[in-house]
Write a protein that binds this ligand. Structure first.
Ligand SMILES: O=C(O)CCC(=O)C(=O)O
Ligand SMILES: [Fe+2]
Length: 270
């Protein structure tokens, strides 16, 4: 498994708000992580979030964007080892330029055959903290092409937005009504082989195409936040009990919910 990024990756990420990092996983690692993700999804049944509330996949537009299951790391040691491990931790910290990262949530996003596209959106505005440095890794578990729903990014868009968002609805372009300044940015498509990955800042506008093929497009992703982020009042994936225990401004440092990545040391402990 790859465990570092190059100075070129870092400068590309800092300039554009995303970067492709090829060959994160070798063939055996792809198989191991894919099996753990499949096991985790199967175990969850109708639950969308490990530790969260029941959820039934329906037949709405959104249900047909992707199969979405969150926080597999809590049940699957292999998923935890990859997504919360020191290797991705070192890469994500170097890209973001922060000393220590915590997990916000992981999620597998699987476009089934003929799945709908993923409309343009931002990630951080969904989350329970405000940070301009939060980021996600998106790992291809299958070869991802222009045909089966590769990711697209708007370079530098993370510097032109705030924490307002549109949902991932049926209109591909709703985000541009909210942020007209993004209208002139040329998108970059990022197809990649299975085992490669991309990192994107949570404020970088991104989207994915439809899956036009009769095969699945499976990705494993994880969102990371700088250590020290505080609760902004948004519930996102937190349970009612977790929200009831939080006041706006409280640090999100519960090791059961938002652990530090392996090898990271909290500023509070330094
Ligand atoms: O996989 C997709 O279709 C969308 C991924 C995405 O929005 C994300 O990883 O934040
Ligand atoms: Fe996203």
């Amino acid at each position: 498994m790859r465990s570092s990024v190059t100075p070129e990756h870092i400068s590309h990420y800092r300039e554009n708000g995303f970067v492709l990092v090829e060959d994160l996983l070798d063939q055996a690692e792809i198989a191991e992580l894919s099996a753990a993700v499949a096991h985790g999804v199967a175990e969850m049944g109708d639950r969308k979030i490990v530790g969260g509330n029941d959820w039934k996949d329906g037949d709405s537009f959104y249900d047909n964007v992707f199969v979405q299951r969150l926080n597999l790391w809590k049940n699957e040691p292999v998923v935890k080892r990859y997504m919360l491990g020191a290797e991705i931790g070192a890469m994500a910290s170097a890209l973001a330029g922060v000393d220590a990262l915590r997990v916000w949530h992981d999620q597998t996003l699987q476009k089934k055959p003929w799945a709908n596209p993923t409309s343009w959106h931002l990630d951080t505005p969904y989350w329970s903290f405000d940070s301009r440095d939060a980021l996600s890794i998106w790992i291809a578990l299958d070869d991802v092409t222009m045909q089966n729903g590769c990711m697209y990014y708007l370079p530098g868009s993370n510097r032109l937005v705030n924490f307002e968002n549109v949902g991932i609805g049926p209109n591909m372009g709703d985000l541009f009504n909210l942020y007209p300044a993004l209208k002139t940015i040329e998108p970059v498509a990022v197809p990649m082989r299975a085992g490669s990955c991309a990192f994107h800042n949570g404020l970088t506008a991104h989207a994915a195409g439809p899956n036009m093929t009769p095969r699945w497009r499976r990705a494993m992703t994880c969102a990371y936040m700088p250590d020290g982020c505080t609760f902004n009042g948004k519930g996102n994936i937190l349970t009612a009990e977790q929200i009831a225990r939080l006041k706006i401004g409280d640090r999100l440092d519960d090791e059961q919910q938002n652990p530090l990545l392996d090898g990271a040391v909290s500023a509070a402990a330094r």
